[in-house]
Design a protein. Structure first.
Length: 139
């Protein structure tokens, strides 16, 4: 379980080729203006504020297929939980899904570059902010 993370980190430390492109990161929040509710006739859309990032996950293929992949839990830092995904190559690509709202009701997705072979998503408790921070790292 932990060996995949150790190998992945060791490959980076040893100078393995890592994409020069910016790391995919979920925005910390979605502004209220980004949420478009198609209200039924007679109703008015109102989104009172931004939606905070709830969680992130990896998927294989486009959003309409909903092929969510299970990450492998790894021992992380204190107050942090980490999951690693090794990417064997999916014909329809790997996608990062960012979930927003109290239960992940709003989802945005981004297709990752074909050169990416592994990703780690780390959740860190941030008691001062009252939320969990989500960090994504891929190579």
């Amino acid at each position: 379980m932990i060996s995949k993370l150790v190998l992945w980190l060791a490959a980076i430390a040893a100078g393995a080729q890592v994409s020069a492109a910016p790391q995919p990161q979920c925005p910390v929040e979605l502004p209220a203006s980004a949420v478009n509710v198609n209200a039924p006739p007679g109703w008015v859309q109102y989104v009172p504020g931004p939606l905070a990032l709830h969680s992130a996950r990896m998927a294989s293929g486009p959003p309409d297929e909903l092929a969510v992949l299970m990450g492998e839990p790894v021992q992380g830092r204190k107050r942090a939980t980490s999951y690693v995904w090794t990417v064997p190559g999916f014909p329809q690509g790997m996608w990062l899904q960012c979930l927003y709202g109290d239960g992940g009701e709003v989802v945005i997705l981004r297709r990752l570059m074909e050169s990416i072979r592994a990703c780690v998503i780390e959740y860190t408790s941030d008691h001062g902010a009252g939320r969990t921070r989500v960090a994504v790292s891929c190579s």
